[in-house]
Design a binder for this molecule. Structure first.
Ligand code: PMP
Length: 425
C-alpha cells in the first residue's frame, strides 16, 4: 500500500501550497525520539517538531499532567475566569528566568505571538517605536514578526507592505566575513542614518540564530548590546523560542552571554508538544501595558500550562541540561570523526552550544561555498535511511540536529549512523 502517496495527493489537492513540507512522510504515532508513518515505517526523529520536543514525543509525565487537566477543564479563557496552572507556571518561570530583579510573565500560544507581545510591551514601556533586529534572524510569520525576520525569501516576498520602524543589522558569523565590530558599526550607522537611539524601543536578538543557521551570538555582542541599551534606554529582548529549555546546555541560551535581557520570549519546548508561548521580563516593564491591552482567547491554554509544568519537572528530574551537553559532545565528536573522510561530502563549521548542533554542506573541502542541492540530497538520503532531519540557514545548506534530550543512547547512535550513511557520497 502507498498510504503516504495517497495522503500526499489529498494534501496537495486540499491544502494551500504556501505551507511548505520538509518530508513527504505522514505521521501515525511517535514516542520520545522515534516516529512511525502511516505505512508503519519507523524513523529516528532529529527534528523534534522544530525544537519543540526537548522532552521527546509524548513524555509520560507530560501526558499524565495533560490527562489530569483534561478531566478538570480544557478552557475558560484566562481573561474570563483565570486558573492556577497559568499562575504557577508564571511563578516558576519568573524564578528561573535570567532577568534582573522581580519578573512577571504573560502566556500566549505561538512563538510569533510572544514576539508581537514583547514588542507591544517594549513600546508601551518606552513610549518609542523603533525595533532593531538582525539579518538572518527569524521571529515568525505574522505581519510584525515577518517584518522583524531578516530574510526575504520565502518569508516576505509578495506579503508587503511591511510594518514600519523595523531595522536590520548584520549578525556576526566568521564564514560570512562578519564580526562583532561590523554589527556594532551597523547599529552606529543606523543611529546616524535612519533612527536616533532615543526613538528605539528594543533590540531583539536570538542567543543562537535558529532558522538563520544555528549561529551562536558571540557573548561580546550581547555584552556590547547590553551597554548600548543601558546607555540609550533601549530594551534588550532575547528571543529564546528555539534556544530555550535546555537545548543549548543551559536552561536559556542567554545564560551563555554573561548579561541579562529585559524581556525574553519563550515557546516551542516550553510545553513539550502543546501550543504555548510566553513573554517573561522585568516586572515594571511587563506592567507597562494597561489592563485589557494584552491577552487572547486561547492565550495560556490550561492543557498547555499543565504540560509546561511537567516539562519543567522533567528537565530538572532527568538532568536534561547535563544530558544536552553530553548529546552535543557525542554528536560533535561523531561529525568531526567523519568530516575529514574522502568519501564524505564536504562539511564545514561544525558548531553549536549544548545539543544545538549544526554543520554546513559546502562545495569544496575546507571552503565555505554553500551547496544547497547537496544538502537536499543528504536530507533525502537520511530519510531513506530512517532519519528525519531538518535544514536551515540563509543559504539553505545547514543541517541542524534537534534530537530530543530524552533520546535513548541506542536511538541516538542509530540516528548518527543514518546521518553518516547519508553523508557518504
Ligand atoms: N522565534 C524564533 C527564534 C523561532 O525559531 C521561531 C519558530 N521557528 C519563532 C520565533 C516563531 O515561532 P512560531 O512558529 O511558534 O510562531
Amino acid at each position: 500500500t502507498d498510504l503516504n502517496a495517497q495522503l500526499r495527493a489529498r494534501h496537495e489537492a486540499s491544502v494551500a501550497r504556501g505551507v511548505g513540507i520538509a518530508h513527504p512522510v505522514y505521521a501515525a504515532r511517535a514516542e520520545n525520539a522515534e516516529l512511525w508513518d502511516v505505512e508503519g515505517r519507523r524513523y529516528v526523529d532529529f527534528a523534534g517538531g522544530i525544537a519543540v520536543l526537548n522532552t521527546g514525543h509524548r513524555h509520560p509525565r507530560v501526558i499524565a499532567a495533560v490527562q489530569a487537566q483534561l478531566e478538570r477543564f480544557t478552557h475558560t479563557c484566562f481573561q474570563v475566569t483565570p486558573y492556577e496552572p497559568y499562575i504557577e507556571l508564571a511563578e516558576r518561570l519568573n524564578a528561573i528566568a535570567p532577568i534582573a530583579g522581580p519578573a512577571k510573565t504573560i502566556f500566549l500560544t505561538t512563538g510569533a505571538e510572544a514576539l508581537e507581545n514583547a514588542i507591544k510591551i517594549a513600546r508601551a514601556a518606552t513610549g518609542r517605536p523603533g525595533i532593531i533586529t538582525f539579518a538572518g534572524g527569524y521571529h515568525g510569520r505574522t505581519l510584525l514578526t515577518m517584518a522583524m525576520t531578516g530574510k526575504v525569501l520565502p518569508y516576505k516576498r509578495n506579503f508587503g507592505p511591511m510594518p514600519g520602524e523595523i531595522y536590520h543589522v548584520p549578525f556576526p558569523f566568521e564564514p560570512f566575513g562578519v564580526d562583532v565590530d561590523d554589527s556594532l558599526r551597523a547599529i552606529d550607522m543606523l543611529f546616524r542614518a535612519d533612527i536616533e537611539p532615543s526613538r528605539v524601543a528594543a533590540i531583539v536578538i536570538e542567543p543562537v540564530q535558529g532558522e538563520g543557521g544555528f549561529i551562536p551570538a558571540p557573548p561580546e555582542l550581547f555584552q556590547a548590546l547590553r551597554s548600548l541599551c543601558d546607555q540609550h534606554g533601549i530594551l534588550l529582548i532575547a528571543d529564546e523560542v528555539q534556544t530555550g529549555f535546555g537545548r543549548t546546555g543551559k536552561m536559556f541560551g542567554v545564560e551563555h552571554m554573561g548579561v541579562k535581557p529585559d524581556l525574553m520570549t519563550v515557546a516551542k519546548s516550553l510545553a513539550g508538544g502543546f501550543p504555548l508561548s510566553g513573554v517573561i521580563g522585568r516586572a515594571a516593564i511587563m506592567d507597562a501595558p494597561e489592563p485589557g491591552g494584552l491577552g487572547g482567547t486561547y492565550a495560556g491554554n490550561p492543557l498547555a500550562c499543565a504540560a509546561a509544568l511537567a516539562v519543567l519537572d522533567v528537565i530538572q528530574d532527568e538532568g536534561l541540561i547535563d544530558r544536552a551537553n553530553l548529546i552535543g559532545a557525542a554528536m560533535t565528536a561523531h561529525l568531526k570523526s567523519i568530516a575529514g573522510r574522502n568519501d564524505v561530502v564536504p562539511i564545514s563549521a561544525i558548531r553549536g552550544p549544548g545539543a544545538m548542533i549544526a554543520f554546513d554542506i559546502v562545495q569544496e573541502r575546507g571552503g565555505h561555498t554553500p551547496d544547497a542541492d547537496q544538502t537536499k540530497r543528504v536530507i533525502a538520503k537520511a530519510r531513506e535511511a530512517g532519519l528525519i532531519l531538518l535544514s536551515c540557514g540563509v543559504n539553505a545548506n545547514t543541517i541542524r540536529l534537534l534530537v530530543p534530550l530524552t533520546v535513548r543512547d541506542d536511538v541516538l547512535q542509530e540516528g548518527l549512523a543514518a546521518l553518516q550513511s547519508a553523508l557518504i557520497n
